[in-house]
Design a protein around this ligand. Structure first.
Ligand SMILES: C[S@@+](CC[C@H](N)C(=O)[O-])C[C@H]1O[C@@H](n2cnc3c(N)ncnc32)[C@H](O)[C@@H]1O
Length: 390
């Protein structure tokens, strides 16, 4: 049975909202580097494109990518920033879905992909190239990478319907490209269900040796759900690291109370990590990187809970900062931000959490700064301060 495109459900919408918000800033970050030979250029890859639009008219990932490119060209035109070429590689394996996808892009953008031409520019936007491929993600991406040299900065979104369709081995060859990022939807529920079934071949999904996989599967027996999730997510992140992603960050998607999928983002760029942590932090249940369709943000209680959560986050973060830097002097805010970004679950939101945590530590006299780094009213100029941890 094919994938159900009747209505875009809230948990799938959450996934696409993260993609959309991330791309919106990513496209500017990767295209405007002054010294880059790829200035003004980037590539978005949608490995499991689907049919473009759901039956309720909600747009899917390939259209989100094209829309992002169009907005980028429009804004660049109005601001004189550099926009030269954005390529969008779209892959879909199912024949009927592929036809629907071609029609949906043709109808919306005036292309003629249905005629069978696999490469088209969007009318009025000669810099936006859509490359469309009917085939399996693994085969098509491999072919594409083999034919390309000096790839422009890119992101690959892999949104399969089963855990076996994204072999992590592929991430390794893709992440070897400079400035490449991999955003994969790991179908946790199914993987978790099948991990102890030898025929289910869960080891191939993680590209791991049989013996290690067996030991791991056995270690899960009898564990409560939360612990299973922790171990499986940690294993996936480890495998992702081993396949070339220096930084990995994840986000849980729950449906009707059950963990359905985990979005894993892998990058070798600190900027990419910083942006994705911020996007995911704002998207889900703040501080937990979770979307749960049973929680209704309109509930009166929600703001109250969010406030308590925020106080808790500030406390946790200040403790982490203190534990890391205790006894050190002349620590800059940049050093603290780097630590928070790479070593903690917290995002770098300068005006929010980190400064709130530092203000708290200052009030508790756990840190000191020189008077010259204070405003007249006593407030600390954090961007200039040499911070000493007592
Ligand atoms: C979860 S849906 C993608 C939804 C899409 N990202 C969206 O936003 O609407 C997965 C899609 O991948 C396709 N598919 C399944 N196996 C595939 C494979 N090995 N390679 C490429 N596409 C595949 C399915 O036909 C289906 O359309």
């Amino acid at each position: 049975m094919g994938y159900d495109f009747s209505t875009l459900q809230p948990h799938s919408q959450a996934k696409l909202d993260i993609l959309k918000t991330y791309l919106e800033s990513w496209i500017w970050k990767v295209t405007q580097h002054k010294s880059s030979i790829h200035k003004g250029c980037c590539l978005m890859i949608d490995g499991f494109a689907g049919k473009g639009e759901h039956n309720d008219d909600k747009v899917g990932s390939p259209l989100i990518m094209i829309e992002t490119a169009v907005r980028f060209f429009n804004s660049a035109f109005n601001t004189n920033l550099s926009a030269k070429r954005v390529r969008i590689l779209v892959i879909e394996n199912d024949a009927t879905t592929f036809q629907d996808l071609c029609s949906s892009i043709d109808n919306k953008y005036g292309t003629s992909l249905c005629s069978g031409e696999g490469r088209q520019t969007i009318p009025d936007y000669p810099g936006i190239e859509v490359l469309i491929r009917k085939g399996r993600f693994a085969d098509e991406l491999t072919k594409f990478l083999e034919a390309e040299k000096n790839l422009e900065p890119s992101i690959c979104f892999a949104d399969p319907s089963g855990y076996l369709q994204v072999p992590l081995g592929l991430a390794r060859s893709y992440l070897r490209q400079p400035s490449s990022e991999f955003f994969v939807n790991f179908i946790y529920e199914e993987f978790n269900r099948f991990i102890s079934v030898p025929k289910a071949n869960t080891k191939s999904a993680l590209n791991m040796p049989e013996a290690d996989h067996e030991i791991f599967a056995t270690s899960l027996k009898g564990l409560p759900a939360i612990e299973r999730r922790e171990r499986i997510a940690l294993l996936f992140a480890d495998r992702f690291h081993a396949h070339g992603a220096q930084y990995v960050h994840s986000f849980d998607i729950r449906k009707s109370g059950k963990l359905k999928m985990i979005l894993f983002f892998g990058t070798n760029s600190l900027e990419g990590l910083k942006l994705m942590k911020k996007v995911m932090w704002n998207q889900g249940e703040i501080g937990h990187y979770v979307f749960d369709d049973r929680k209704n943000p309109q509930q009166m209680q929600f703001e109250f809970v969010a406030e308590i959560d925020e106080a808790q986050h500030i406390l946790s973060l200040s403790n982490l900062i203190l534990a890391e830097f205790q006894g050190q002097s002349s620590v800059s805010i940049n050093t603290i931000e780097h630590f928070v970004l790479v070593k903690t679950i917290f995002p770098v939101l300068r005006e929010k959490l980190i400064l709130q945590a530092l203000n708290r530590l200052s009030e508790e006299r756990r840190i000191t700064v020189e008077d010259k780094h204070r405003y007249k009213n006593g407030r600390i100029i954090w961007s200039k301060a040499d911070i000493s941890f007592v």
